[in-house]
Ligand binder design. Structure first.
Ligand code: G1P
Length: 295
């Protein structure tokens, strides 16, 4: 039974400064829902309801978001805004969150290690706070099924363009059956020429507690940080690790371009926005093409 998910959300969000000076990047809205809420909902739909946020000093808005705001609820109730009230209420009753501070930002691996006292000696999920996965199948749920069968760690991977491998943890794998693979090796953000494949770690992990032992001895890696990818590589010395290849759409909201494309695609999913927004896009593209002589 997997009951706990660790959401590392302490990062500076430097790619979005100065917007992230006082505002966590995980709270950026995808129209009207903050990115982190998508990830919390994904965990809850998989039956994982203990959400452990590994947080930092400028991340208070995340705590407020999942807390009850009685003043706002009262205001919406009096104003008869029932739909909004229902929505706001639901968020605060979604989960009983646990917040733990990462006092120094020493990398994703370090953030996961900070959660050890709360996770304890049980397998757990790690879900990155800026990656939205949108598909018919809940990836975390599928990872739990694989864990229930094999009793070992599982990481979700997806195919990326060869040009993009240096932005991800990359794995080499051996196929077992359907979407299940055995991990043979992992490397964090390799150069294109050195990448063992184009299978990238997507930001969803199911890890056995042995990872903590490994994180404690993981040397500083890429970017001067303690990398989770490197710790999983060490875990391979003692345990097999499975990979599940996902076909779902992955939205990496952690970069300006990724965030922008996420917004556009989610706007096009919304019935109340789609037609007007599409007209706007068509119009702006055709004006742009005329101006630049591309039409
Ligand atoms: C992290 C991980 C990387 C993974 C990526 C997925 O990198 O270190 O292995 O592929 O998330 O988004 P980051 O994007 O935080 O630099």
């Amino acid at each position: 039974m997997i009951r706990k998910a660790v959401l590392p959300v302490a990062g500076w969000g430097t790619r979005f400064l100065p917007a992230t000076k006082a505002m966590p990047k995980e709270m950026f809205p995808v129209i009207d829902k903050p990115v982190v809420q998508f990830i919390v909902e994904e965990c809850l739909h998989a039956g994982v309801d203990n959400i452990i946020f590994v947080t930092g000093r400028h991340k208070r808005p995340i705590e407020h978001h999942f807390d009850i705001n009685s003043d706002l609820e009262k205001h919406l109730e009096q104003a008869g805004k029932d739909d909004l009230l229902k929505n706001v209420r639901e968020i605060s009753r979604l989960t009983n969150p646990i917040y733990i501070r990462q006092k120094e930002q020493l990398g994703l691996g370090h953030a996961v290690l900070v959660a050890e006292p709360v996770v304890g000696n049980e397998p757990f999920i790690v879900a990155l706070g800026d990656v939205i996965i949108d598909g018919e199948e809940n990836v975390i749920k599928r990872m739990i099924e694989i864990y229930e069968r094999f009793g070992k760690s599982v990481i979700a991977v997806f195919e990326v363009d060869k040009e993009m491998v240096s932005k991800y943890g990359i794995v080499s794998v051996k196929h077992i059956e359907e979407d299940i693979y055995l991990v043979e090796d992992l490397v964090e953000k390799p150069k294109k020429e050195e990448a063992p494949s184009n299978l990238a770690i997507v930001g969803r992990y199911l890890l056995t507690p042995k990872i903590f032992e490994k994180l404690k001895v993981t040397p500083i890696g890429k970017g001067g940080e303690i990398q989770l990818t490197d710790a999983i590589r060490l875990l391979l010395e003692d345990e097999v690790v499975y990979a599940i290849k996902i076909e779902s759409k992955v939205y990496d909201t952690g970069t300006p371009l990724g965030y922008l494309t996420t917004l556009v695609e989610y706007a096009l999913k919304r019935e109340d926005l789609r037609d007007d927004f599409l007209r706007f896009l068509e119009d702006i593209v055709s004006k742009y093409n005329q101006q630049t002589g591309k039409a």
